[in-house]
Each structure stands twice: as structure tokens, then as C-alpha cells.
Design a protein around this ligand. Structure first.
Ligand code: UDP
Length: 332
């Protein structure tokens, strides 16, 4: 089947493109390369362009007979979304509407959407299942929840079927070592911890150690990037088989504190990782842990890499190979 992957040059999208190609699909990636990397698209066709370009979208859908669309192209920084909400609503909401419009006009009715745990806001119960109230507390989370609501209306009006996948903390790297996380600037805990282990940064700053958790640091649910992509593949198969619109929370169901992540990284890398204790980061709930029972039951999803040590090991291999090569090139 031919699949359009929007944002296929980014962290999650690039792993998805690789997995789709491995599963025998034909892939067209659309990415504006604002945060993605051309060399992260390991196969298929790459079209460099932006979702705001409706002419380009029309042309793309006329040219290709897509069976489905996966959409990863959004901004993801909570703090930035508070400072620049319109940037988030323009890209994450309005540009997604452009994409949906093109799909409806060209009779493409299967859509996989990257949603987020941020749509739930401050958790009222842990673990968080799909029935948890949606109460996002920042423009990033609101932009994603708005798209979920748009999707319900578009299904109702046009029969466009979608699966919304609410990610908890995507982490790790391609087990074969070809791909990994390359955000610039990097804001995520695990790559930052590994940068400290590699000596690329002096220390890891721990944002808050006075939370109501056993060791005082925040607890998150880290899910391996390949397990995350596997869920997308199953969701796509569900829609291509004529399945109905659904939403799933995707995590390991197991929470780890910031301190546990640092300790596990010390064990995996056998390096010293200096820590700086700092203030809380605004907007961080103490605990976010997913209940992914629905995805397991309905999609038959079975995460393969649920150990935190494995997730960190794969991310460490990427840090050493990719950034190690970059360092060598810079000193050559
Ligand atoms: N965190 C931290 N230091 C950092 C980056 C993150 O202590 O340099 C904490 C952050 O406060 C949160 C957890 O690590 O509790 C995971 O943060 P991340 O930004 O990776 O993902 P988020 O949970 O915000 O999606």
C-alpha cells in the first residue's frame, strides 16, 4: 500500500518510515525539514514542503494514490507553546486541517494521528486510560486535543476514519542503530542524560526533587520508539481493514522517576553522570503513566522493548555512533 508520512524526517516519523518499508509498504514522506533531517529518511520518496502549501498538497494527492496518511509533523515543546501559542495553533491545528481537507477531496479515508498524554492535563487518576477526562493545560496539549475533536467531526461528516495515538514519553532508538533522536535543541530527559554521560554536556539538571513521589522526582512512562511505531502499524492495518475510528494511550504502563533514569543510564553506560538539582519546570505533573490495555486488547499490541535499560541502551548506542562520528568529523 502507498502511505503518506507527514513529518517522516523527524524522530518518530523516521523510525515509522523504516518500519513501513520493512512491512512492504510504499512510502512518500512530506517534511519541511524544520526539525527533521533529510538523511533520516531511509527510503521511499521525500517531498520537501509544508502543510501550509495547499497547492502542494493537492498536487501530491493527485499524483499518488494513498491508502492512508500518518501525521507526525507538529511542534512539541510545551514551554514554547505557552510563549508562542499562535505558532502552535497554526502548525498543529490549521495545517492539520489543510491535510484533512486534501484527504477528503481525494477520497483518502485512513488517518493515523500523533496525539499526546498532554491532552489529559493534570492526571486525576493513575494509570491514565482512554476514559480519563481531557483537560489540557497548555497550548500544545490543547492543539492536539482540538485536532482529535476535529477528527470526530470529519468522521461524522465525511467518513474519514482515524486512530489517535496518545504518546507518553517516546524514547530509545532504532535497535539496528540506523536512527535515533536528533532534536536541536534537545529537551528530552534520556538524550540529555546520555549527552552528560558522553561528556557532551557537563551535567544533567534535575527539574524538581520535591514532588510527591518516592524519590521526589517526576515519574514518566518511557515507551520504546519501535514499540510506538509497531502500534502505528497495527492501527493502520485496523483502518485499512475497514475498522472504525479509535483512540489509544500508548505507554509501557510502568513509571520511572528522573533519578531512576539517571541511575539506569549510569549502569548502562558505566560512565559518571553529574547531576545538578534545580527548580521544578513549570507545567510538569508529578506522575504520568499510561494504561495501554485497550491497545493491547483491540490492536493486539505487544511491546517488545519494555525494559528501561534496553531503551537507554539503544539510545546510548545511537549517541555513541551518530554523535561520536560527528565529533570525529569536527576534530578531523
Ligand atoms: N527533565 C529533567 N531534566 C531535563 C529534562 C527533563 O529533570 O533536563 C524531567 C522533566 O521535568 C520530566 C521528565 O524529565 O519530569 C521527562 O521530561 P521530558 O522533557 O523528557 O518529557 P515530557 O515528560 O516533558 O514529555
Amino acid at each position: 500500500m502507498k502511505i503518506l508520512v507527514v513529518g517522516g524526517a523527524g524522530y518518530i516519523g523516521s523510525h515509522m518510515v523504516k518500519m513501513l518499508l520493512g512491512a512492504g509498504h510504499e512510502v512518500v514522506t512530506l517534511d519541511n525539514l524544520s526539525n527533521g533531517h533529510r538523511d533520516a529518511v531511509l527510503g521511499g520518496k521525500l517531498v520537501v514542503g509544508d502543510l501550509s502549501d495547499r497547492g502542494l498538497l493537492r498536487q501530491l494527492f493527485r499524483e499518488h494514490d494513498f491508502a492512508g496518511v500518518m501525521h507526525f509533523a507538529s511542534f512539541i515543546e510545551v514551554g514554547e507553546s505557552v510563549r508562542e501559542p499562535l505558532k502552535y495553533y497554526r502548525n498543529n491545528l490549521a495545517n492539520t486541517v489543510n491535510l484533512l481537507q486534501a484527504m477528503v477531496e481525494h477520497d483518502v479515508f485512513a488517518f493515523i494521528f500523533s496525539s499526546t498524554a498532554a491532552i489529559f492535563g493534570e492526571p486525576q487518576a493513575i494509570p491514565i486510560d482512554e476514559t480519563h477526562p481531557r483537560n489540557p493545560i497548555n497550548p500544545y496539549g490543547r492543539s492536539k486535543w482540538m485536532v482529535e475533536q476535529v477528527l470526530a467531526d470529519v468522521d461524522q461528516a465525511h467518513g474519514l476514519k482515524s486512530v489517535c495515538l496518545r504518546y507518553f514519553n517516546a524514547a530509545g532508538a532504532d535497535p539496528e542503530g540506523q536512527l535515533g533522536e536528533r532534536h536541536d535543541p534537545e529537551t528530552h530527559l534520556i538524550p540529555l542524560v546520555l549527552q552528560a554521560a558522553a561528556g557532551r554536556r557537563e551535567a544533567i539538571t534535575v527539574f524538581g526533587s520535591d514532588y510527591d513521589t518516592p524519590d521526589g522526582t517526576c515519574i514518566r512512562d518511557y515507551i520504546h520508539i519501535n514499540d510506538l511505531c509497531q502500534a502505528h502499524l497495527l492501527a493502520l492495518e485496523h483502518l485499512l481493514a475497514g475498522g472504525d475510528s479509535r483512540a489509544y494511550n500508548l505507554g509501557n504502563g510502568q513509571g520511572f522517576s528522573v533519578r531512576e533514569v539517571i541511575d539506569t543510564a549510569r549502569a548502562v553506560t558505566r560512565r559518571d553522570i553529574p547531576v545538578i538539582e534545580s527548580e521544578r519546570r513549570p507545567g510538569d505533573p508529578a506522575r504520568l503513566v499510561a494504561d495501554s490495555t485497550r491497545a493491547r486488547q483491540e490492536l493486539g499490541w505487544r511491546p517488545a522493548y519494555s525494559e528501561l535499560a534496553t531503551i537507554i541502551e539503544h539510545a546510548w548506542r545511537w549517541e555513541q555512533t551518530f554523535f561520536g562520528r560527528q565529533r570525529l568529523a569536527a576534530t578531523a
